[in-house]
Every structure is written in structure tokens, then in C-alpha cells.
Design a protein around this ligand. Structure first.
Ligand code: HEC
Length: 254
């Protein structure tokens, strides 16, 4: 992990160890980017223990005591948990649980109870304990990712992309110069404010074939567009089964 063992490198390692121990953002070796992930110890053992009590009382009837899920409710542990949540943030996990769960009585627990439950779910999934508790303010930038680091959003995830609307060879529609697919939990098009914010988002190098685009978006050909929908990865390229297509800007300069 540390290709150049220099004095500076060793000092940096010491800082990294200290940063990880304090539960603050760790600095990726070799880049300026500062990221925090679920591997950095983002909750405490006490918090997870309290979360188990909340979970057993308010969640286990449907998601089961071993978080294995039932015909009623999906698993919250193991591969299924990672398929649902990797390349997303702990913030999204928390806000979804806080607004939607318990399914039969949503949004009825305190923020602390929800935070504790999230801590328990993280612990159950093998993410390490840290010295600082998970807080509502600190959630936003904590990435959920596998042991191997960040990966591509998996097939069947609901995603958002921004690219140039282009007619394909078979008269179908494709997005070219597109950003990488990022997860979203909302299938509907972004709000006017969100779309304005997307204007500044740099385009990327991805291409997505758009499926089920109605009505025909010909009037937006050449525009910078947001597409949302279910991602279907395949050997012939990645497709998006579109749930929303919105114009971001009239020009589309890669
Ligand atoms: C009465 C049954 C029930 C209870 C109690 C319940 N859930 Fe759920 N949960 C569901 C159902 C149904 C869904 C939606 C379908 C699915 O995901 O399988 C769901 C979905 C979820 C999801 C996925 C949300 C998403 O973004 O799609 C999470 C995470 C979750 N539950 C966590 C919890 C937690 C944590 C608790 C306790 C605070 C809880 N649930 C209590 C039934 C329940």
C-alpha cells in the first residue's frame, strides 16, 4: 500500500493511523482526496449495543434477528446488504430507515435510536468499531464500500447519470460522454434547483443505452440530460431502464 517508504511516507502513515484512530476522514495514500468509509471505525461499540436493543424490538419481527430478511422484508446483512448499499453513503441508509421504518409505524423513533440501529447494522456487517459515535451531522460523507475499496454501482441499482442525448445507430437513444452511474433512491426527475446544480457537473466517458424513453426525446437531442432508472450492465454495454429524463442544459460540451 505504501510504494515509497520515505521519511515523509512514514510521517504520513503515522498521521493516517492517528486520523483513523480518531475516527476522522482518512487521507487516501497517493491522492489529495479525503474520504471516510465504513472501514474507518465510524461508530462505537456502546452505540451498536444500544442499536441491537432497538433492532430486536422494532425491526427483527420483519428483518429477523439475524438480519437475514424474510419474504416480507429484505436482508440487512451479508451480500444482499452490500448489493443494496455499496457505493452509497451511511447518510442515505440512515435517512431511508428514519423515514420509512419500522414499515408498520414509520418515523416514530428518535434520531438517536435510528443512529444506534444503523451502528448495529454496520457492526453486524463486519465494519469495525471506532472511538467516536455516529452522529447525524457526520453521516453524509461516510461511504459504504467493500473491502477492496470503491467499485462500480452494481446492475439493477437505481442510478442517476448526466450525459449528452444522442441518437444511436438503431434510432434508439443513448447518453454519450456520460458521468459514471451513481446511486439514487428517488426514481423521479431532479427538482429545478438540483438540475441547476448539475449544470456544473463535468461530463465523463461513459455511454448508456436508454430503454423505455417515453415520450420520444428527439427535441432534446444534443442537450445535456439527466437520466434516472435501473442500471442493467451487460457485455454489449450498459443500459438504463429510464424512469426520468430531464434537461440540464441546452449545450453539451464534453
Ligand atoms: C412490519 C415489518 C417491518 C419492520 C418492523 C421493519 N421493516 Fe424494514 N422493511 C420492511 C419492508 C416491507 C421493506 C420494503 C421491502 C423490502 O425492502 O424488502 C423494508 C425495507 C427496509 C430497508 C430498505 C430501505 C430502502 O431504502 O429500500 C431497510 C434498510 C430497512 N427496512 C431497515 C429496517 C430497520 C432498521 C427497522 C427497524 C427500525 C425496520 N426496517 C423495521 C418491513 C419492515
Amino acid at each position: 500500500m505504501h510504494p515509497h517508504v520515505t521519511a515523509v511516507g512514514l510521517m504520513l502513515s503515522a498521521v493516517l493511523v492517528l486520523a483513523a484512530g480518531l475516527g476522522v476522514a482518512s487521507v487516501q495514500a497517493g491522492s489529495q482526496e479525503s474520504r471516510t468509509t465504513v472501514w474507518d471505525g465510524v461508530y462505537t461499540a456502546d452505540q451498536a449495543a444500544r442499536g441491537k436493543v432497538v433492532y430486536d424490538r422494532h425491526c427483527s419481527s420483519c428483518h429477523l434477528a439475524d438480519l437475514g430478511g424474510s419474504s416480507e422484508a429484505r436482508p440487512l446483512a451479508g451480500d444482499r446488504f452490500m448489493e443494496d448499499w455499496r457505493e452509497d453513503t451511511v447518510h442515505t441508509l440512515f435517512t431511508r430507515i428514519r423515514s420509512l421504518m419500522p414499515f408498520d409505524d414509520p418515523a416514530t423513533l428518535s434520531d438517536d435510536a435510528y443512529l444506534d440501529t444503523v451502528a448495529y447494522i454496520l457492526q453486524f456487517n463486519g465494519f469495525p468499531v471506532g472511538r467516536l459515535a455516529l452522529t447525524a451531522e457526520g453521516l453524509a460523507d461516510i461511504q459504504i464500500e467493500g473491502r477492496d475499496g470503491p467499485g462500480q454501482v452494481p446492475s439493477f441499482a437505481l442510478v442517476q447519470v448526466v450525459g449528452c442525448l444522442t441518437q444511436g445507430f438503431d434510432a434508439g437513444w443513448i447518453l454519450t460522454s456520460s458521468t459514471d452511474a451513481v446511486r439514487t433512491r428517488d426514481p423521479s426527475g431532479s427538482t429545478a434547483d438540483e438540475l441547476r446544480a448539475l449544470e456544473a457537473r463535468p461530463l465523463g466517458t461513459q455511454t448508456f443505452t436508454l430503454m423505455s424513453v417515453y415520450p420520444d426525446p428527439a427535441s432534446h437531442a444534443g442537450h445535456k440530460m439527466e437520466a434516472k432508472g435501473f442500471l442493467i450492465r451487460g457485455p454489449e454495454g450498459d443500459r438504463i431502464n429510464v424512469s426520468a429524463l430531464e434537461m440540464v442544459a441546452a449545450a453539451c460540451e464534453p
